[in-house]
Design a protein around this ligand. Structure first.
Ligand code: PRP
Length: 202
């Protein structure tokens, strides 16, 4: 049996579709149920940011999570496979017509990706003030909470509709299949077989 933590929503559905094609089974969560057990798999329905926590603690053998979440937290996990789902980038958002002013003595950034933003500026040896937000990041420059933002961009529509422009990209991201290290050694054959079958669906 393999336990797999999936992030609630579209990525979970798209991942289950790949499992359905790979194993010729139907995998659907019933109504409000958070566990789906079938054909040797136990899928868990969890919040995106919680996926690595379940896998780190071994409550799930595997999980599906965006590369940006992994980079932000630097977990000690195995990245098994890029599922090529949920492609997006982590990029700057600037007020329309403005540019990143690298001459400013200190830039204020609003973001949910604190570490990724901090690393970017450390490499440039620039002083930066980071304001941690949990959502609606695009609002921050509009009300002068921050000079600019670092956020996920998929279509760019959210920034556009809020008078922001997509600035430089910091990293590309997509959903990855991750594995708990102990699980990997204890269930290596099962996990490698799974990897092969899912890879064939990409
Ligand atoms: C992300 C991100 C942006 C939006 C970008 O939020 O924070 O707001 O998607 O998408 P777009 O470029 O296609 O407009 P998400 O919907 O993932 O919600 P979250 O803030 O709860 O993570």
């Amino acid at each position: 049996m393999l336990t797999i933590a999936l992030p609630k929503g579209r990525i979970a559905k798209e991942t289950l579709a790949k499992f359905e094609a790979a194993f010729d089974e139907k995998f659907v969560f019933e109504d409000r149920k958070l566990i789906l057990e079938k054909a040797g798999f136990r899928f868990l329905n969890v919040r995106n940011q919680d996926v690595p926590t379940y896998v780190m603690h071994g409550a799930a053998d595997l999980g599906v999570v965006g590369l940006d979440v992994l980079e932000e937290k630097e977990y000690d996990l195995i990245k098994l496979l890029d599922l090529e789902l949920g492609r997006c980038k982590v990029a700057f958002g600037l007020k329309r017509g403005e540019e990143l002013d690298f001459n400013k003595s200190k830039i204020t950034i609003a973001t949910k990706h604190e570490k990724i933003a901090k690393r970017y500026f450390e490499e440039k040896a620039m002083a930066v003030d980071i304001i941690k937000l949990y959502g609606s990041i695009e609002l921050a420059p509009l009300v002068d909470l921050a000079d600019c933002i670092v956020d996920i961009v998929e279509t760019g529509e959210t920034m556009k509709q809020n008078g922001l422009e997509v600035g430089p990209t910091i990293m590309e991201s997509s959903a990855h299949l991750i594995v708990n290290k102990n699980s990997f050694y204890a269930k290596k054959d099962l996990i490698l077989d799974l990897k092969e079958k899912i890879e064939a669906q990409l």
